[in-house]
Structure formats: C-alpha cells, structure tokens
Design a protein around this ligand. Structure first.
Ligand code: ZN
Length: 373
C-alpha cells in the first residue's frame, strides 16, 4: 500500500519532501506571506503494520529553533487523546521520531490541536448557558467571525483573550477551561466572579491563521501582537475590533493567552517599561503570579522573559498597550509546547486538559484578588 501524507484540513500544515523505504522526510511550510513557521499538523494513511521514521528537515530555520531540543511530537490515533512520541529527537536541524502503525490512520501535530470546528462548537454551546451573551465583534480578512462572549454583572471589567498566535492551540484549550468554569452556575468561584466582574472572552483572535495552519500570523502574514498601537482594517481587523470593544468597556484586568516554544514552564509576562508604570499597578501583577504559583504546581515565577527597562515597553504588544491605555493589571500567560518541567507528564507533555485546569487555577486566583484589582 502507498503511504499518504495529508494536511489539507482545518489547522493542517506540512509539506512532503519524499518517502524512501520506511523514512518519511517532511518540511514545515511558512505562514502565508510570512517567513514564520513552526506549527505542523498532518495525518498519515496506508502504513498499518509498518514502523515509519519521520524527519522534519527544515527545523533549523524555524521561528524558534530553541523550541526543538527537549520537545516531543504529539500523536493521536483517534483525534481525541494525544500523547507524546517518546523517541522524538533533535539534531543538526532535523526533528525525528518513529511510529509503529497499529491503525489505518495516525495524526501528528506540534501540539494537541484546537480546530476551528471545535471553536465553533465551544462558542455555540456557551451561548446556551444562562447569562451569556454573544457578539460578533468583527470580521477577519478571510471573512471569519471574531467571537466575544460576555457574562457577569459586576463593575470590574475583565478581558480574557487568546490565540493571537494561531499555532498556540494551548491558548484556546485554556479558554475552553475558563468558559466551562465561568458558565457553571453551580460553581461558587464562578458565581462570586460573575457578581463582582463582567467578563469579556475572545477565545480565538486569529481564526484565519488557525484554519490555515499558521504559526504566528493572520491571512495577511501579520503578527497581531505587534499591531496594538495602531491596528488597521487592511492588516489587522482582528485587533481593531477587539481594541474598539475594550475602549467601550474599559479594562481592569486582562489576560492574553499564548504558548511558548522554548521555555519548559508556565509563566506570566507583565508590562514593565510602560510610560505610565506605577509600582502599585506592577505590584498587583506580581501578587497574582505569587498567588497562582502557591495555588497550583503547574505554575512558577522563576523562569520567564526578561523584563523591559523603564520607558522601553513595546506598545505594539497587547499586554503593554492594555496596561498603558486602561491602567489595567494586564499579563501575557505563556504555556509550554514542551512540558511544565516542575511537574512533568512525559506521556502527554503539556496538553489540552492541563491547559484547561490551569485556566481554573487562574480564575480561582483572580477570585481571591478581584476586590484589589
Ligand atoms: Zn504567542
């Protein structure tokens, strides 16, 4: 039987270089109109009974080459449960792993995928929950909806938004966890949060890139998290419509949810270096991180990004812009493609279920601080 490799589906990305015997050579394609690449997602048919070696040969030129050492490819035979390929290895710019096919089909990805089909199901189900209202904030360049769910009656304005970078699906798994908690009418934490705050939830800021199987950009090849100082209808309508909705409500607390390729840990990044920085605003960010780390073994505050020097914050990035523009306690949450090494799960790596659980821990931490925000 002939081996067939396909990525022509929602969130798929791979290019076949060639098959020689049991060795399959592959390349990751760039985002459309962009040089970025790192996200891959493909299926293999016609290999039942064989053991194949996969080689992604262009890893050295990917957006984050430091993402490959210590990384393990994700594998599924049912598209529900995803595990790691234990023999994944990286050397000389080539990522390799093997798979012994016991089934007709197997699926491989950089991380447990979150498809646009699943996004549509998530948003539609949430609209049926009591007290939830849905707005389509705008349209993307490919004509897809920017969905926003609003719930709660409190004065504090909380914005949670994810997946500016579409190849970071852990961000939307996190949103699924947040939405399930906040719409659980029997949950005391959710009830307290809905009483004190109004939540605005944008589960996917980059549906075009998500569907196209991009790593980092939208349909125009634009990195949305470099557009917040001056979004435009032509290049970044996704940011334009979300920032416009934020201007209408104001923002007290904001979380922009992402994945990080290189660092094997969950962490938050703040807004050091914004022109209007105050120690009081910064202290609330620091305190949130401290409490979250005390609350769950899946969070820590030692590993993370370097802080910007005073006055040097990049205001084209969402967290800095939202902190500066609204005086909000704003943060970027980064989850790993590798694992949270302080509490590892070698069989799965960091995954969707753990991203969802981290969202619950974040909201429980927020509930304990909401009066101080
Ligand atoms: Zn990101």
């Amino acid at each position: 039987m002939t081996i067939s490799i396909s990525a022509a589906f929602d969130s798929g990305a791979i290019r076949l270089v060639g098959v020689e015997g049991d060795i399959v050579s592959l390349e990751i394609p760039t985002d459309h109109l962009s040089d970025f690449y790192q996200w891959f997602h493909f299926r293999v048919a016609g290999a039942r009974g064989r053991t194949l070696t996969f080689r992604i040969v262009n890893c050295a030129g990917s957006a984050y080459p430091m993402g490959w050492p210590g990384y393990r490819t994700r594998v599924s035979t049912d598209r529900e449960s995803w595990g790691t390929a234990p023999d994944t290895a990286y050397a000389d710019g080539v990522l390799t792993w093997t798979h012994a096919f016991e089934t007709d089909l197997a699926w491989f990805a950089y991380f447990q995928p979150y498809t646009m089909d699943r996004h549509d199901a998530l948003v539609t189900k949430a609209t049926l929950a009591e007290g939830v209202s849905h707005r389509q904030l705008g349209e993307t360049l490919d004509g897809r909806a920017i969905d926003c769910l609003t719930l709660g009656t409190g004065a504090k304005q909380v914005w949670l938004y994810a997946r500016q970078h579409p190849g970071e699906p852990m961000a939307e798994w996190w949103m699924e966890g947040a939405i399930e908690l906040l719409t659980d009418s029997a949950n005391a934490t959710a009830r307290a949060l809905r009483d004190k705050a109004t939540f605005h939830l944008v589960p996917n800021m980059n549906p075009d890139g998500s569907f196209r199987g991009h790593l980092r950009t939208n349909a125009a090849g634009v990195n949305l998290n470099r557009e917040w100082h001056a979004p435009t209808r032509e290049k970044s309508p996704e940011v334009l419509c979300v920032l416009g909705a934020m201007d209408a409500t104001g923002v007290d607390f904001a979380m922009d949810v992402h994945g990080d390729e290189a660092i094997p840990a969950n962490f938050i990044a703040g807004f050091e270096g914004i022109p209007s920085w105050t120690d009081a605003q910064g202290a609330k960010f620091t305190e949130f991180g401290r409490r979250l780390a005390a609350h769950t073994p899946d969070f820590q505050t030692e590993k993370g990004y370097a802080k910007s020097a005073p006055g040097t914050a990049n205001l084209s990035m969402s967290t800095n812009q939202v902190a500066e523009r609204f005086g909000a306690v704003a943060m970027t949450l980064e989850m790993p493609f590798k694992d949270h090494d302080a509490n590892p799960d070698p069989a799965h790596g960091w995954d969707g279920a753990r991203s969802k659980a981290l969202a619950v821990a974040c909201l429980e931490t927020l509930a304990g601080m909401i009066d101080e925000i």
